[in-house]
Design a protein around this ligand. Sequence first.
Ligand code: FE2
Length: 381
Amino acid sequence: MSTDIIAKKPEKIFEGAEDFLPLLGTDYVEFYVGNCKQAAYYYQTAWGFQPLAYAGLETGVRHKTSYVLRQGKVTLVLTSPLPHPKSAHITEHIARHGDGVKTIALWVEDAEKAWQETTARGAKSYLEPQVLRDEHGEVVVSGIHTYGDTVHVFVERSNYKGVFMPGYEPWTPDYRPPEVGFKYIDHMVGNVHLGEMNKWAKFYEQVMGFTNIITFDDKDISTEYTALMSKVMANGNGRIKFPINEPAKGKKKSQIEEYLEFYQGAGCQHIALATDNIIDTVTELRRRGVEFLTIPDTYYELLPERVGQIDEDIETLKKLRILVDRDDEGYLLQIFTKPVQDRPTFFYEIIQRKGAKSFGKGNFKALFISIELEQKRRGTL
Ligand code: FE2
């Protein structure tokens, strides 16, 4: 039985009803990392993110260092602690989780209202609304907790003209490897503990006004050894999509359990970055040393029959190990990196949509077999 059900179209939800949390898009994603200077170099060199802003000792910030990078509409903040009591929570976050996503910041028109609406509906406050000012104007920020130690920060920046935010100065190095074609964040996935998927789906529904647009159960997403369940939550205008995964019982340890063990808790599993030309993007990423999951040759033998006519040359897709899936509205191309830090936790997906609004269900099996091969090599299956 297929459970790939489009429950409700997100754009229909608020017909006649007010969206109490209108979100304009993802504002930035902040990672807490052990060494943000080297991480910034990695994101510049391998991923083509462009230098944007900096905060640290040289700019009068005594407790932490942050590098801000951008490509298309994707803004990453890489933060490491300096020895200072104000940064103890960053040090603890890294000690516990390793490098990982701390903040999924959402761009709003009214950060105070976003905080009031969400905390009134049960969100735990992370940051009370506050105004940050410098000579370029003001930014209003507020924040709430979500799964694990992850938080959402609401950012209101309509009265700001600076490069990023008060507290940051432009970062203008000469070293600028070219971009690789990223346009925006397609979706961001959270891994939560067994039995917690519905709790967090409900959180996004009740506290943030999201809707469950697709559900995958363990029959959709399973191999001989591992299984998982997932609910895709989307906001009112459909721009923000947060799938929530929980492990399901399999014969061996699932990739979600492996993540939870090594991240020591719930957290962001992957970010899907959208491109208009996945062949060029992946060719360049591979040239720059980004490692992807491998898929067996047999996947490409079955591909024409499974997805029908596509614009891309199958031999090229095979060479790059790009995956394809089709739904009622079109098709999509996607590929997944290996974890991008020492722990087998966070990774990236690269996605190009050609009409399809789904998430590549037809690829789950091939993908999981590949992930299990990697798990076997790590001795964690
Ligand atoms: Fe994904």
